[in-house]
Design a binder for this molecule. Structure first.
Ligand code: ZN
Length: 299
């Protein structure tokens, strides 16, 4: 999280001294920032690691159902000149992500870990920013952060979405789990997911496996016999492609579209009969298109 040394503005509150030098958030630094609001901030919140955030009471109350865990009074007593000030137990990276979420800001240069995202979700719940779906949906900062992590930790990201009942995120991240072996799913993850999302994940993987089975069933027609390619040769080509597809199916779930294209194109390059090559090319194109379609399958 970007910070800079404490500004004069944020020296107002009588906070106790910390060993670590005070820093101030670069985004929530107490200046007039049209991205946040058209007025100066009137609340200063310090994180557990001594970073200050200047925010707007109105914006916090608008999004919080419990007045920021009752830290903000119902009637306005603070101004930019005399801001409310208090310390919270959350670290600055969590507070930063929370305030980016509350203000609906993008945060393109910062990609928190799943652990940090969970801590932010916990903070959103604690400070009354509910329901979570109102703050984590398509095109929001946390939505993108979870989706990005799902490319590396698909099952963990899906679990996080499931246990926080973030339906849109669960659907998106489920598509990233298709290359995971859910037969080896960790019991802890399964419990955190809950029965409903676990069951939907199993259904997705069963459906995909069945789809792949159908997809790899070769449907080739022959061509009229020629001096260079009789029916036996055509049958041999058909069987070779069928066996190749069976081997590719056995690679699941570790088979990616790039590997599939390389293997099938290699096979096509070895088909010397021009008529068979046209037929094989069409079948390979169908297999790859169907495979790409299946890659997008979600719960
Ligand atoms: Zn042929």
């Amino acid at each position: 999280m970007a910070t800079r040394p404490l500004t004069k503005l944020l020296q107002h509150p009588p906070f106790p001294t910390y060993e670590r030098p005070a820093q101030v958030s670069v985004v929530f630094d107490g200046s007039l920032n049209p991205r946040l609001a058209d007025t100066l901030p009137d609340v200063i919140i310090r994180s557990s690691d001594n970073v200050y955030f200047a925010v707007h009471r109105g914006q916090i109350l608008f999004t919080s159902t419990n007045r920021f865990s009752a830290l903000l009074s119902p009637s306005p007593r603070c101004t930019a000149a005399r801001p409310s000030a208090f310390t919270v137990p959350e670290p600055s990276d969590v507070l930063s992500d929370l305030f980016h979420t509350v203000y609906g800001l993008a945060c393109d240069l910062h990609w928190p870990s799943l652990e940090s995202i969970q801590a932010t979700l916990d903070a959103l719940k604690k400070y009354g920013m509910l329901p979570l779906e109102a703050h984590v949906f398509q095109d929001t900062f946390l939505y993108h952060a979870i989706h990005r992590q799902s490319r590396v930790f698909p099952l963990e990201a899906y679990t996080l979405a499931a246990e926080n009942h973030l339906e849109d995120v669960a659907v998106t991240t489920s598509a990233e789990t298709i290359h995971s072996r859910i037969i080896d799913l960790d019991m802890t993850l399964a419990c955190r997911m809950g029965v409903m999302y676990l069951s939907r994940l199993h259904r997705l993987h069963d459906m995909r496996r069945e789809g792949l089975k159908q997809l790899f069933l070769v449907r080739m027609t022959g061509h009229a016999e020629t001096p260079d390619c009789d029916l036996d040769q055509q049958r041999e080509t058909y069987i070779d492609l069928q066996l190749g597809c069976k081997a590719l199916f056995m690679m699941e779930p570790a088979l990616y579209v790039g590997d599939l294209e390389v293997e099938l194109n290699e096979f096509r390059s070895q088909v010397t009969c021009p008529d068979c090559n046209v037929i094989v090319s069409a079948e390979i194109a169908r297999i790859i298109a169907d495979f790409k379609r299946l890659e997008k399958t979600a719960i």
